[in-house]
Design a protein around this ligand. Structure first.
Ligand SMILES: *Cc1c(COP(=O)(O)O)cnc(C)c1O
Length: 392
């Protein structure tokens, strides 16, 4: 037996374990400290009533002979495909139901999709980056090149024509930076990908946070994208499904004359047995009138937190990206502090916890991520503490 040697090349990430240890040590030394966590990368509000009702009804279906569901189609139920076609139509994108594949979340498919691409492909990922893109390719032994995201380009790198690659990862609005591409930016990537015969793996997990109507919510809003892009999205951030698990992947039939769509269907029917009927019923309820209204309220709760934090940074004159069409704020550490120095400074002097940018790649050093997924009153309190500490 041989193991997959590529796993030996994975870099150990100590980001979240180091944060947890530092907070624990500080807490033990200062038991009276009231620590506020603005590092949470998970939703905190419960599922909305429309989803809960649909989940309950689906459980009842499973209890009765006439409505019981066993194995469903691996690519998902028609009712959810139809609902998603309608959702895309509302952003001006026309998709066929067979171009949409229901998944148990975007993370799994972002990794699994690599099954249908050769291991000799070169992969382009932005730095800083959501670590899943890097690690899944290291596991397969692919060559990775980085696109520098930095203050100069607003953490929205554009293609470098002199770089050759086959697979391109784009996440917009971005985790960790919160920055979102406009149409011109995405068009540049689409044109570059089409010219190189490359595929874009587009992570749209945070599209639901886009407020600015001029920003694209799907890459298919960009002309030419259907011949070069696969889009991944999720109910996780949109509807609080991080623990319930449902997402979707769009593989247009215009990609390689339908070959990628066929290959992905074959891959899924071979290695995947579908998302639970009950969960898909809950997901579909998001797109009812009631569901949409309730989801928007929950998203509004987080967006309000983002606004409070953004206003605080504006007032302090601190440079940042995100906070507007994203639950993330990515700020430049004041006084030239590096990420970890600022982490300690904030923990010790304001009892506020965030995430050091250095944990997301070399270009993240000197930057710091705050998130809007916390409690409103606590977020406000944290904002007040930041103001007091960082005011000049
Ligand atoms: C949260 C998140 C997702 C969603 O992942 P799920 O597996 O659907 O929960 C995808 N991409 C990024 C960058 C994320 O932060």
């Amino acid at each position: 037996m041989q193991t997959n040697k590529n796993y030996d090349n994975l870099e150990q990430s100590y980001l979240f374990s180091t944060i947890a240890r530092k907070v624990r040590e500080y807490s033990e030394a200062h038991p009276e400290a009231d620590i506020i966590r603005l590092g949470i990368g998970d939703v905190t509000r419960p599922l909305v009533p429309a989803v809960i009702d649909a989940l309950h009804a689906a459980v009842e279906d499973q209890a009765k002979q006439e409505t019981f569901h066993g194995y469903g189609d691996e690519q998902g139920y028609g009712f959810l495909h139809e609902a998603l076609v309608g959702y895309y139509k509302s952003h001006g994108v026309e998709l066929a139901t067979n171009e949409i594949f229901i998944s148990d979340g975007a993370k799994s498919d972002l990794g699994n999709i690599l099954d249908i691409f050769g291991t000799d492909n070169t992969v382009l990922v932005p730095d800083p980056v959501y670590p899943v893109y890097v690690d899944t390719n290291v596991m397969a032994g692919r060559k990775i090149v980085f696109a520098d995201a930095n203050e100069a380009n607003g953490f929205l790198p554009l293609p470098d024509e002199s770089v050759e690659c086959d697979i391109i990862y784009i996440c917009s609005p971005n985790n960790p930076t919160g920055a979102a591409y406009d149409r011109a930016g995405l068009k540049a990537w689409v044109d570059y990908a089409n010219k190189q015969n490359a595929v874009i793996l587009y992570d749209a997990a945070y599209e639901c946070f886009i407020e600015d109507e001029t920003l694209p919510r799907s890459i298919y809003e960009i002309e030419g994208a259907k011949s070069c892009a696969i889009e991944f999205c999720s109910f996780s951030k949109m509807a609080g499904f991080t623990g319930t698990r449902c997402g979707w992947t769009v593989v247009p039939t215009a990609l390689l004359d339908g070959k990628l769509n066929k290959m992905w269907l074959r891959r899924q029917t071979t290695k995947f047995n579908g998302v639970p009927y009950i969960v898909q019923k809950g997901a579909a309820a998001c797109f009812t009138e009631e569901g949409m209204k309730q989801i928007k309220e929950t998203l509004g709760y987080y967006k309000q937190n983002a606004k409070v934090l953004a206003a605080t940074l504006d007032e302090l004159g601190i440079w940042y990206t995100g906070g507007k069409s994203s639950p993330y704020l990515w700020l430049k550490c004041p006084n030239g502090m590096d990420s970890w120095t600022f982490f300690d400074y904030l923990l010790e002097n304001a009892n506020v916890v965030g995430t050091p940018g250095a944990g997301f790649g070399k270009n993240g050093d000197g930057f710091f991520r705050l998130t809007a997924f916390g409690d409103q009153a606590r977020t406000k309190e944290a904002a007040e503490r930041l103001k007091k500490l960082l005011q000049k």
